[in-house]
Every structure is written in C-alpha cells, then in structure tokens.
Ligand binder design. Structure first.
Ligand SMILES: *Cc1c(COP(=O)(O)O)cnc(C)c1O
Length: 414
C-alpha cells in the first residue's frame, strides 16, 4: 500500500526499523493515554453526562445546561475551580487576549518569563504597533529570556523584588522559536520560586499543545489560570472551534465578563449545537494526543536517521506535541511541508506556499489538510521562512495517518 503513495522501498524498510527502535517510547505514551482517559471518563461520570447535555441554545444562550456542565467537566479534568469553554473564542490567541485584557489594568505590568510570547501576541501586547493593543491602554510589558532552556531565576527574582508585577506569563510550548518546550516539572519549580517572593502575582500559563502530554496539568502545580485552544489537544479533532480559560474562580469570572458583557459574563453564550462535539472531542483527546505524540516520535527518529537535527530527540521527555526539524535549508523546509499536505485526507492536491499571514512577522508556510480549518491537532506542519529554516510539525488524529504523512513529506524532500 505504501508504494501506492509513491514511498520508495528504502524508506519503507527504514520505517520498519525505526518502529522497532521506538517501541519503548510508544509504550510510555500508551500508559499516559490510559491515565488521562480514566481522568476524562471519571469527569463524565461524576457530572452525569447525559443526552440532555447535547442540546443546543441560540440567541443569548441563557440556561444552556450542556454548556455549563461541559465547563464542570473541563474544570474537573484540568483541576480548575472554574472554566470558560466557549466557541465564542475564535482561537487560542483570542482566549489569551481575552484573559490578558480581563486581568490587566492601565499601568499594570505583565512579565513574560519565557521570552517573547507567541508571534500572534505581538500586536495584542503592543510589541508590534497596534492601536488596540494592551500598550495602547497603558499596560506595560517586560520579558525575561530563558537561559539554557530553563528559567532565568536570578533575573526573575530581581524583577519581582524591584517592582510590582501584576501577571507572570509562562508559555510552555516553543511557538516558532528554537528553544525547548517547558516541562511540567520546570513549571512547578518556577511557581514555587515565584510564590516565595510574591504571593499575589497572577501566574498565567499558555498551555497550547501541552494538555494530556503528561499526567499533570499546570493548575495542579500551582498556576492560577491556564489557556488553550480547542482546535489543538483538548478538542480531540472533533470540536469545530473554540478555546478555554480555566483556573481560579475569580479570574475565570473576570474573563467571562470580558468575553461577553460586564454584568452577564458566563451566563450568556449560545452553543449553536456544538455541545456534543465538544464532549466527544474531550473524550477522544487522550487518544488523539497519543497519536500525535507517536507521530512526532516516529518523525524525530526517521529524520535523525536521515541526518537531520531534530528536537526533541525521539526518546526525550516531551512537554508538548510539537516536533521540530531543523533543515538549515529553505527549499527542504518548503518541500517537507508540501509533502505533509500531500499526505493529508483533505486538499491533498493543493500545494502550500509561503505567504504573509496576518499576525506573523515573517512569511510562513502552513500545511494542513484538515477537516477543521486551522486545526493543528490534525497532522500539520508549518514554519516561518527564516534561518535556520525549522519545520514545526504537530498533530495526527491517528498514528497510521500521521505515519504516512511523515513518509510522504520525507519522500518529497528527496
Ligand atoms: C497555537 C498557539 C497559540 C494560539 O494559536 P491560535 O492559532 O490562535 O489558536 C498560542 N500560543 C502557543 C504557544 C501556541 O502554540
């Protein structure tokens, strides 16, 4: 069958060898999936999920029992006091934006301790000029870069002791940088450290791509609030859109007031028939994250064998579902992404090209033959067109589809 897709004999042989060598890593991933599946099932049962929660509301969306129960289920799974799980969030960036505008006030200072945040937040924060940015409202921004892929504890202490910081942001996944993603142990350590200096500062985590990769989520290690996208891990490839904000009750309340209307907050928000998809997506999410992780491990080992630098290495501890391949070559990056597209179920005949995407500074190439537009829990691969020409690959609804995508991409480079 692989030959039907134009994959040559050598590559098929190599993939069989690689699958032998990654067996132990795969069984660890199976165990994590098992744990998280039980966590999800328990939350469904404890909240008596039933047919009536699949109902729909329109207009204001008052009294949407499905929506309110979905938020209880998410809260339990994420160990949150409360959560907002809404299709009114366009994307992860939108949820992060709502959270930041909800928590910060003029003259407050936000401090990122993982360096410059994700590219799409540049105009939100005001790193890049925008007349609706936080900066335009008088909110200050400071950042401390990571050193050697860990937090710069000395500088964090210095800044926290020298001035009042309202909110500390930790972005776990690497975004379009070449740093490593932040593990849950690193998050735990830095939160303990921050709490010794400042008991009040809001610790907010950009948790995109990290849910269900391990057995613990950031609220369990002391974070105040976490934010993520439903067209990534927790949507399980089924949620049609949306994002979540979860954590301390008072913060979720502020976010609700900001997302909708002061005075209405979480009480409004029609679900327009998507409740069942949100629940089914969460139900499948542990397995889909498992498939994504296996696809990433497979790609890492395959490309390592072919002489490319990959991060993480196949057997490294993972914090997220993102696999990077450092091509050091523009054409190879483009060919790899185009090959991922060729291996997709949707739009496999389209050829993605680099373009000036809104929200991004450099040209970006994005491959995603996905059922849901922009979904990156489905196999997808993107990269900004700048040295060292890194492909950021993630997702895979099943390992089998992920594997053929990776093989097709490698074949396309050659
Ligand atoms: C994907 C992602 C986001 C949000 O991206 P959207 O495309 O707006 O959903 C934010 N931060 C990180 C680290 C991400 O990976």
């Amino acid at each position: 069958m692989y030959k039907n897709f134009g994959i040559n004999e050598n590559l098929i042989e190599l993939s069989a060898k690689v699958e032998e060598e990654v067996k132990d890593v795969f069984s660890k991933i199976d165990k994590i999936c098992e744990y998280n599946s039980l966590k999800v099932l328990k939350a469904f049962q404890d909240n008596n999920i039933s047919d009536m929660h699949f109902g729909s509301t329109t207009g204001y969306g008052y009294g949407d029992v499905g929506r309110d129960t979905i938020e209880k289920v998410f809260s339990q799974v994420l160990s949150a006091e409360d959560s907002l799980v809404r299709s009114q969030f366009i994307s992860g960036t939108h949820a992060l934006t709502v959270a930041l505008f909800a928590f910060l006030r003029p003259s407050d200072t936000m401090l990122s301790i993982t360096g410059k945040p994700y590219d799409t937040l540049d105009e939100v924060i005001g790193i890049k000029e925008n007349s609706s940015s936080l900066k335009s409202f008088g909110v200050n921004f400071e950042k401390i870069d990571l050193i050697d892929n860990d937090f710069d504890y000395k500088n964090i202490e210095k800044v926290l002791k020298s001035k009042k910081i309202k909110l500390v942001e930790i972005q776990r996944s690497k975004g379009y940088s070449t740093r490593k993603s932040i593990t849950i142990d690193q998050v735990e350590n830095v939160i303990k450290f921050i709490r010794k200096i400042d008991k009040e500062v809001i610790i907010m985590i950009d948790n995109c791509y990290c849910e269900f990769v391990g057995e613990k989520e950031p609220l369990e290690v002391g974070a105040d609030v976490i934010v993520g996208s439903l067209i990534k891990n927790l949507g399980g490839g089924i949620a049609p859109n949306g994002a979540y904000i979860a954590g301390r009750k008072d913060l979720v309340e502020l976010a609700g007031q900001r997302l909708t209307v002061p005075g209405e907050g979480k009480e409004v928000g029609p679900t327009l028939g998507i409740n069942k998809s949100i629940l089914q997506g969460l139900f499948l999410a542990p397995s889909v994250v498992k498939a994504s992780l296996k696809t990433a491990v497979f790609a890492s080992k395959m490309l390592e064998k072919l002489g490319y630098r990959t991060e993480p290495l196949f057997n490294e501890n993972r914090a997220d579902i993102v696999q990077t391949i450092i091509f050091e070559d523009k054409e190879k990056l483009i060919k790899y992404c185009q090959g991922i597209q060729m291996g997709s179920p949707i739009d496999s005949n389209s050829i993605p090209e680099p373009w000036d995407m809104p929200g991004y500074t450099d040209q970006v190439i994005m491959a995603a033959g996905a059922f849901t537009q922009g979904s990156s829990i489905e196999l997808s691969c993107d990269g900004p067109i700048r040295p060292p020409y890194v492909a950021f690959m993630q997702g895979g609804l099943t390992y089998e589809y992920g594997k053929i995508g990776v093989l097709k991409a490698i074949q396309n480079i050659y």
